[in-house]
Design a protein around this ligand. Structure first.
Ligand code: DC
Length: 222
């Protein structure tokens, strides 16, 4: 089990996918779960702060990760969950303890042989505290905003309201909310290794994580 946590835009998703691909392991993008819950709540008219309504909705949804993307009750959500608005909504619904509790079993259920690489905010601290490899991936806010803009442009979701200063602000706001919420906040696990990706490529970070995994395996079989 490899757990990668960190703030938005640090490269967790791309690194986790590269590591899972290299090892032939399963992948859990836990942020996509919270994004899916936020998008579905909007579609179904459930208020973002209605914990009871959100939990009832989550219990009735079948969320799956498929090669075509995240599906809810068989319907592909596609890029609708990738925008900045979806990220902010995800961060708000993710602050509600009952919503997090409802998603706990879903996430743990994805842990299957030969292994799982999971990325998010609380993978190493709450969901998989026994992970063999724990990484806390960071990058400067400026670099994260730049990456986010490039990603939104690639997804053709950089509308007229999207600019570097605005992204900078929304990232800072989201970080603050994710770090200060009372339940499962974004914090580094005491036994996690920090990697600052500000001036590293995805491949370089992935290589570091793979080296860490190999060294942990060597230690455990010694
Ligand atoms: O990783 P991401 O940017 O797709 O996550 C979107 C939001 O979901 C993030 O701002 C906070 C929430 N989230 C969370 O609370 N816990 C996780 N394990 C993953 C994401």
């Amino acid at each position: 089990m490899i757990a990668i946590d960190g703030p938005g835009g640090a490269g967790k998703g791309s690194v986790a996918a590269a590591v899972a691909d290299e090892l032939g392991w399963h992948l859990l993008d836990s942020g996509a779960l919270y994004r899916a819950v936020g998008v579905c709540a909007r579609q179904r008219g459930v208020a973002e702060d209605d914990a009871t309504g959100l939990v009832a909705m989550v219990r009735n949804l079948t969320i799956r990760f498929t090669p075509a993307g995240v599906t809810v009750d068989g319907e592909v959500l596609g890029d609708s969950i990738r925008g900045d608005e979806a990220a902010a909504t995800a961060s708000r619904v993710a602050a509600l303890a009952p919503v997090r509790a409802a998603l706990l079993a879903v996430q743990r259920g994805l842990r299957m042989p030969p292994g799982l690489v999971a990325d998010g905010r609380d993978m190493a601290t709450v969901v998989f505290p026994d992970a063999v490899v724990k990484v806390f991936l960071t990058a400067s806010v400026e670099e994260r905003a730049r990456r986010r803009l490039a990603q939104l442009k690639q997804l053709k979701q950089a509308g007229p309201n999207v600019s570097l200063p605005r992204l900078f602000e929304s990232i800072r706001e989201r970080d603050e909310r994710d770090r200060t919420r009372p339940v499962a906040p974004l914090v580094q696990a005491p036994d996690a290794v920090t990697i600052d990706s500000t001036s590293l490529s995805i491949e370089e970070v992935a290589r570091n994580v793979l080296a860490l995994a190999a060294s942990r395996q060597a230690t455990s079989t010694r």
